[in-house]
Design a protein around this ligand. Structure first.
Ligand code: FEO
Length: 390
């Protein structure tokens, strides 16, 4: 499928319908690798796709120009979902790569780039391609050191690469064709890809807002046209920790004890008007949990102690959380144990590393199974947590 999104500018990307995992991020809706082709005095391809989708990408390009006639390939980001076809396309076209210093270095670590031609760009650099000018803005660590975005001045298009992406495979190419549900996909993407570096985003938004933009063309999902202002606003909110009065309770359970505690704490929180989400971690994609944590004020993690450690699925969750690093939260650890309580300490260590304000209470550790009185204390703790001016 090929789509002319503006005169002589084409979406030539590929749709990965079956993708279900993106380095740990569950993708039940698949994804796309968006590649854009500008037909001008110099033909420019912006980003490519994963290597196993080369034939599909080549087919798309061939519907517009002979792939031999690609003059420039802009590599906004070297992660292989976008650079995976660059080597084969260079072989076919001998195209010059436009990227930044880090991009060049990273390409040379993935591919044998000897003999490739490069134009190295930095923020504010411009390249004329005939009737159009491409301008570049570096966005390092969003989410790799090599990231940049490319702005086509005359057509007012921002090729934003990973920024503003969504993991969704669809026959639609524009936001308005999907409707407002697209923000849910964008939020999940933000939470699982960009959250670790979100402190860098407000400055990027500030720079983007200086541009006159008609389309934002990310490298995953649909193109932003109708909801540009809204997605910029949401990115700013997500990046600046605009939190809801919401608690995410994540737990796993061996014989139901920790589960009962989770439910009792939730009752107390709800009693005081806190929005509550509860997830048994072994039955929920970690990426979904992380999306809910993004704008939550409270994060409560419950685990039984198993041989001096946390429950295995909780260990996996803590490891994912250490990568994504949601911060500025109020943290609570709870759980059941038999003869030696260790799980809550392990959980609190991670929370401490993330800088959480930890709220502790002895009633959050229960031997074997919680009795009625134990559950009442958990419930009371939930109420107290919601009431405390933390
Ligand atoms: Fe879509 Fe960082 O790659």
């Amino acid at each position: 499928m090929v789509l002319e999104i503006k005169k002589d500018i084409f979406w030539v990307g590929v749709i990965d319908w079956e993708l279900r995992d993106f380095h740990g991020y569950k993708t039940p809706y698949g994804s796309t690798y968006n590649s854009y082709l500008i037909r001008d005095e110099k033909n420019v391809l912006i980003d490519t796709a994963k290597d196993y989708m080369f034939i599909e990408l080549l087919y798309g390009i061939s519907n517009v120009i002979d792939p031999k006639d690609i003059d420039y390939i802009v590599v906004n980001h070297v992660e292989k979902d976008h650079s995976g076809c660059v080597d084969k396309l260079v072989e076919i076209s001998n195209a010059t790569i436009i990227t930044n210093e880090k991009g060049k270095e990273h390409l040379s670590l993935y591919y044998d780039t000897e003999g490739w031609d490069f134009i190295i760009v930095d923020t504010e650099d411009e390249i004329n391609i005939g009737n159009r000018t491409l301008k570049f803005i570096r966005t390092p660590m969003l989410h790799w050191p090599d990231n940049m975005i490319t702005y086509c001045v005359e057509d007012r298009i921002l090729f934003s690469n990973d920024a503003f992406g969504q993991h969704i495979a669809s026959s639609e190419r524009f936001d308005y064709e999907i409707g407002e549900i697209i923000f849910e996909h964008a939020k999940e993407y933000f939470a699982n890809i960009l959250m670790p570096y979100k402190m860098l985003i407000p400055d990027v938004i500030k720079n983007i807002k200086k541009l006159d933009i008609e389309l934002i063309c990310p490298s995953h999902g649909v193109i932003w046209k109708e909801y540009i202002n809204e997605i910029l606003k949401k990115y700013y909110e997500w990046a600046t920790n605009k939190m809801k009065n919401k608690a995410v309770i994540v737990y796993d359970t061996m014989y139901g004890s920790t589960q009962k505690m989770a439910h009792a704490i939730a009752e107390g929180l709800m009693e005081k008007g806190v929005e509550v989400k509860i997830y048994r971690v072994s039955e929920t994609p970690l990426s979904l949990i992380m999306t809910e944590i993004l704008d939550a004020k409270y994060v409560l993690i419950g685990s039984p102690t198993v041989n001096r450690n946390v429950y295995p699925e909780i260990g996996k969750f803590l490891s994912y959380m250490a990568c994504i690093r949601p911060y500025d939260k109020i943290g609570v650890a709870f759980g059941s144990y038999g003869w030696m309580e260790c799980a809550t300490e392990k959980i609190k260590t991670l929370m401490d590393n993330l800088g959480y304000k930890i709220v502790d209470d002895e009633s959050l550790k229960v031997r074997f199974a919680p009795k009625k009185e134990d559950l009442r204390k958990c419930y009371e703790f939930g109420k107290r947590l919601a009431e405390e001016d933390l």
